[in-house]
Design a protein around this ligand. Structure first.
Ligand SMILES: [Fe+2]
Ligand SMILES: [Fe+2]
Length: 286
């Protein structure tokens, strides 16, 4: 059994990736997908339906009268926001856990992932990537491999820490060096197991080194950029924030100069405000 297999076997103890979210992700591949199709998929999932309606009725969304069905919620918030709420509601289950090896308390990974999702979506125009829904989902799931890796990282934490400090390398590089595989690769493998499409898998697998991603998609770079900017916010940052640097050559080849970088920082501040509103909604929900 290889190290990757061992870690993936441990991942068997994770809650399964929500089937309804897998189906919504498949629908999102079609940018013109109708609301009816989304509702058809989601309405059988009680927990997500309830959460969408509750969030829609929250004061943050300034509803004038409460909604009680998915269809009413859709009229109130629109297709795009409905998709975001569905993805966030489905991802919450999975991403809430405490990940000791990464220095992440309960909810921290979810917060970091949520912020990265909002930022990736917001930076689509800057990076010239045309599928904001997909960017949101990739941002939400980019660190999913940490769920499977956390136990192994915790077991070898001192060695990883030492390798990072001695070699002046990122925590991610040290984790890969000590364990033989990193959370990005494990996330890519999980994405394949969960039938994500090739572009989504590449974005997860290469979010720390987008230059290695196959194909022409800008999604891996967009997630890399968003992830690094999110780490500067200090929200949900654990050990991963150490010595993590941006790929400057790739920035250049994607047309990201100082002006674009400044714009991206402004967007980060904007999405932080949005992020706090969403966290408040989930908190109120209890
Ligand atoms: Fe990561
Ligand atoms: Fe991350």
């Amino acid at each position: 059994m290889t190290r990757v297999d061992e870690i993936l076997a441990r991942a068997g103890e994770l809650p399964p990736f929500p089937a309804v979210i897998q189906r919504v992700m498949a629908l999102m591949a079609d940018p013109l997908v109708g609301a009816d199709k989304i509702i058809e998929v989601v309405k059988y999932d009680q927990a997500i339906t309830a959460r969408v309606i509750k969030m829609c009725n929250s004061t943050v969304l300034m509803g004038t009268s409460p909604v009680s069905t998915l269809r009413d919620a859709l009229v109130r918030i629109g297709n795009k926001q409905l998709l975001q709420i569905i993805m966030s509601a489905g991802g919450t289950e999975l991403l809430q856990r405490e990940l000791e090896g990464y220095g992440l308390g309960r909810g921290d990974l979810w917060k970091h992932s949520m912020l990265c999702a909002l930022l990736a979506e917001s930076l689509c125009d800057v990076v010239k990537y045309g599928a904001p829904d997909k960017a949101f989902t990739a941002g939400l799931l980019h660190d999913v491999g940490k769920l499977a890796m956390a136990g192994s990282v915790a077991d070898s934490y001192e060695d990883i820490r030492e390798a990072a400090t001695a070699g002046r390398i990122s925590f991610f590089e040290a984790e890969t060096r000590v364990l033989g595989v990193g959370h990005a690769e494990i996330g890519g493998r999980l994405g394949e197991l969960w039938n994500f499409d090739a572009e989504m898998v590449a974005a997860i697998r290469h979010h720390h080194e987008p230059a290695g991603a196959p194909g022409e998609s800008k999604l891996p770079f967009l997630i890399h950029l968003s992830d690094i900017l999110c780490l500067t916010s200090g929200i949900g940052v654990g050990s991963d924030g150490l010595q993590y640097t941006i790929d400057h050559d790739l920035c250049k080849s994607h047309g990201i100069g100082i002006r674009e970088f400044e714009l991206a920082m402004i967007r980060l501040m904007e999405v932080e405000a949005q992020f706090h509103a969403i966290v408040a909604m989930f908190d109120r929900e209890g």
